[in-house]
Write a protein that binds this ligand. Structure first.
Ligand SMILES: *Cc1c(COP(=O)(O)O)cnc(C)c1O
Length: 231
């Protein structure tokens, strides 16, 4: 199947999942996860109506993002951010960082932003599956974490992100997404100044339809667009 056909199929599936959930698919951003893909492949996706691209490694993003000739609307950073990579990442001007889960990283990011008179939108990564292998803050600590990060004045919290549990058990996957949505709603109701809860980033190739049913408005898709990854 061609890349263009894969993208059309994904859009159709997003549309169908949205209808099933009484939602409008226009409200759901498709983030094409371009990790391990070549510049040529990314450009082909961009010329087939992909507008949002996501990378999970700073070095790899640095090797590709500035060299893309095709235009894109937004570049998102979705991987674990090490504080010694902040400078490099910020030079790429990410539109959204999905994966803040440590105060010390947020503080260093804020220092960089202040020095450069910049503002950065971020999401808080939550570990909704309680798997040790996962990054993210635990759900019970998320609210207090947001309140502390909120004091860092050049960072804007825009929502939450999670990676669902890795299993074929649909109920366990759905539970992760329900947990994130409920947490999101609780934070909205808390009305923390300067926190604008806008994005729920959840759902990947194997579980994005469930995520859409549970309220995702950014889904992060790699394999279903580009095929299996070769590392
Ligand atoms: C790789 C990755 C994805 C995409 O995964 P697929 O299963 O290939 O769709 C989504 N989110 C994050 C954080 C990733 O690292």
């Amino acid at each position: 199947m061609s890349l263009n056909e894969n993208i059309e199929i994904i859009r159709e599936r997003i549309h169908n999942a949205a209808i099933k959930a009484n939602r409008n698919s226009k409200d759901i951003k498709l983030l094409a996860v371009t990790k391990t893909r070549s510049i040529e492949t990314i450009e082909e996706a961009l010329s087939n109506n992909i507008e949002f691209i996501g990378e999970n490694k700073v070095q790899e993003a640095e090797d590709k993002i500035p060299h893309l000739k095709e235009k894109f609307k937004e570049f998102h950073f979705i991987g674990h951010l090490q504080s010694n990579k902040i400078n490099k990442l910020m030079k790429l001007r990410p539109d959204l960082i999905h994966s803040i889960d440590k105060y010390s990283t947020a503080e260093k990011l804020n220092n960089y932003l202040k020095q450069h008179s910049m503002i950065q939108d971020i999401l808080i990564e939550v570990n909704t599956s309680a798997e040790d292998s996962k990054f993210g803050i635990t759900p019970d600590k998320t609210l207090s974490f947001i309140k502390s990060i909120n004091k860092l004045e050049n960072i804007r919290i825009k929502g939450l992100m999670t990676v669902g549990i890795f299993t074929s058990n649909e109920k366990l996957i759905r539970d992760c997404f329900i947990k994130l949505r409920e947490l999101f709603n609780k934070i909205v109701a808390t009305e923390i100044p300067n926190v604008e809860m806008k994005f729920l980033s959840m759902g990947m190739t194997n579980d994005f339809e469930i995520a859409i049913e549970e309220g995702a408005n950014i889904i992060r898709i790699g394999t279903a667009i580009f095929g299996a990854r070769n590392y």
